[in-house]
Design a protein around this ligand. Sequence first.
Ligand SMILES: [Cu+2]
Length: 217
Amino acid sequence: MVFLEVFERIFTFEIVVAAAVFVIILGVLVVALLLSRKPSGDKRKRDSHPLIEGIYALLLAGVAGVIVYVTASAHQDVQEGPNGYQVANQAGAIPVDVTAFQWCWRFDYADTAKSVTGTCREKDAGLPTLVVPTGKPVELRLTSSDVIHSLWIPDKAVKLDAFPHQTNTVTITFDEEGRWLGRCAEFCGPYHPSMHFYVKAVSPQEYEQWQQQGTPA
Ligand SMILES: [Cu+2]
């Protein structure tokens, strides 16, 4: 699952950098305060050090630049990687047309004409389940039939906006079996908070059975 790996790598990197910057700035501040203490009654102007201040500003700008560069190139990896966004018609990918609507989801398997939807109102019972086989890329072609929504699978760090009159594509491969909750991540009206679904990854055999028999997931 490339999204999660990239997210965790970047997030850890940014936390480490942020912690280092915090500790260094706090240390410099404490030292500067201690050194700049003057006896009371001393009216001399405080020293200014344009060179040191300039270097300090440049260093911080450099750190910010590195973070932007690392994040942007990781984003590029995700977009162009084997499981990346916008990779349409990936060989062997299972195409699923995903439609977000107020306030639930519909999953139409383009190859088999199987369709799954729900009400998203009653907890669990009303939630649709997107069933996918493990180890095979699944191409989600996401659109909306009314307002803007956003497909979000928090455990897999996958998030993609759903716009009316537009299709956004993301190709995902689920490596392990399991079931994860998906949410709508774009406020879309009164029932937005209950606009959930499940993603269930099963073995390829089980997936074929499910496709043929139509047993509810
Ligand atoms: Cu929503």
